[in-house]
Design a protein around this ligand. Structure first.
Ligand code: 4AD
Length: 430
């Protein structure tokens, strides 16, 4: 029976068998130390001459890293071993001999080289840890949604209309007709709530982002939720609770991983609702005081968001964006029609926006007016407008960028490492 390395690292002592990749090796004082990984962890395996024959030790010593091994032995605690446990090897089988010339060496490689070799680089300890945090964030979100009676709902990837404006749409030739890759699940979700109530999705969204920044991908994973009978206040409460739940779960379950990535788990455990809120007006005022050239009505860019986000140690909301900075579906504030009932959630420490959200228009006339105001064609949105004719209700929703969240939680400098195979303007391979 094979056992996972994580079980050994969690304290299993005794006879074990594992299978995995040779990550590293060194010989010392007549012994051979192997670091083997199996996808659940990395463990040290020791080959001693009084247990294993000289011939076998010599053969294993000649193996290249990334060879595949089957190891039988005894696991035991050892303070000197990385991870606190090691396997004293009794028997070893070589399942695959890796070729010479594994491209990734123990030296500095530039980002472009590592992106070209992404299929191999994701085996590194650092990528392993980041991808584990990423998976945990998604797992925690699903747990929260399930516990709060949200149902998973799926929308198409091919769409015939824009959700977030035409500038970032990817066109696809669909049997001679132009359609687009989805920017957001939202419009379909607004149809879905009249069937399933509270819903969510975790799916790819596409943005033809021409700008090269540390925060933009052309394909990213979008966690979105839509909630019926929920106004603006209700929406912000849901976002706060979900985010706090995710952060606490990651901090508790992956405490050591976060530390190794340079993130103090206490930073995340400290974060509790309610999150601070500033209005868009206030944000502009703060930026102006800092000498930033910005006018009321300008959208916040990643540079201005960064300036704001450096002032906070917890996530915070920027609310009530001007109509012209937000997509057509945002409800206007009944008290101040020049602004919308919208909120972005910004991550602290300079990271900036991770969530875009708002209350939706529920009145048919207001919606048609806003569609026209945005130079869109109401005929294209006939089905979306229909939702306001039959069973209109106050409703709200949000979209969270998974990679932006991973970037912040793992303290990454660039979004590229928050996903296994990133997509940018100049990178669609491997
Ligand atoms: O603010 P956005 O554009 O909002 C929407 O798409 C809404 N329809 C969502 C909704 O209400 N259901 O995008 C939401 C989030 C952003 O806050 C950001 O985290 C992420 O999606 N995002 C990106 N992440 C990586 N690369 C990009 N190019 C991104 N564009 C948006």
């Amino acid at each position: 029976m094979f056992i996972s390395i994580s079980k050994i690292l969690n304290g299993y002592e005794g006879k074990v068998s594992i299978r995995g990749w040779l990550h590293n090796k060194r010989s010392l004082g007549g012994m051979l130390f192997l670091i083997v990984r199996d996808g659940t962890g990395f463990v040290q395996c020791v080959l001693k001459r009084d247990v294993i024959s000289e011939n076998i030790i010599r053969e294993v010593d000649k193996l290249n890293i990334e060879s595949v091994l089957e190891i039988h032995g005894v696991s035991r605690a050892d303070k000197r071993a990385p991870g606190g446990y090691e396997i004293l090897v009794e028997n070893i089988k070589i399942l695959h001999r890796a070729e010479d010339g594994f491209p990734i060496a123990k030296k500095y490689h530039g980002p472009s080289f590592l992106l070209d070799n992404r299929h191999l680089w994701i085996r590194s300890r650092r990528m392993f840890m980041i991808l584990k945090v990423r998976a945990k964030i998604i797992e925690a979100a699903r747990d929260w949604f399930r516990d709060n009676e949200f149902i998973e709902f799926h929308a198409p990837t091919f769409t015939s209309t824009a959700c977030e404006g035409g500038a970032t749409l990817f066109s696809v030739n669909y049997f001679g007709k132009t359609v687009y890759l989805t920017q957001s699940w939202q419009l379909y979700a607004e149809a879905g709530i009249a069937s399933l109530g509270k819903i969510y999705t975790i799916a790819p969204s596409f943005r033809a982002e021409k700008s090269r920044t540390r925060r933009h991908l052309t394909e990213y994973w979008h966690l979105e939720a839509e909630v019926p009978f929920c106004d603006f206040e209700c929406l912000l409460k849901i976002e706060e609770q979900l985010i706090a739940y995710i952060l606490h779960k990651v901090a508790e379950d992956l405490h050591d991983t976060l530390k190794l990535l340079g993130r103090n788990p206490e930073d995340l455990l400290r974060i509790k609702p309610p999150f601070p809120r500033i209005t868009y007006d206030k944000a502009i005022e703060i930026l102006k005081e800092d000498g930033v050239q910005i006018n009321w009505g300008d959208d916040l860019t990643w540079i201005t968001e960064k300036k704001l986000a450096l002032k906070f140690a917890t996530p915070f909301f920027v609310t009530h964006f001007p109509r012209r900075t937000k997509a057509f579906y945002h409800k206007t504030d009944p008290i101040r029609p020049e602004v919308t009932l919208s909120a972005d959630l910004l991550a602290p420490e300079g990271y900036g926006e991770i969530i875009g959200s708002g209350q939706r228009i529920d009145d048919v006339n207001e919606l048609v007016q806003r569609i026209n105001e945005n130079n869109l064609n109401p005929t294209d949105y006939y089905w979306y407008i229909d939702l306001r004719r039959w069973g209109a209700i106050p409703h709200s929703g949000f979209g969270l960028g998974i990679e932006r969240t991973v970037m912040w939680v793992c303290k990454l400098k660039h979004i590229r490492d928050s996903i296994a195979f990133p997509r940018f303007i100049n990178r669609v391979y491997p």
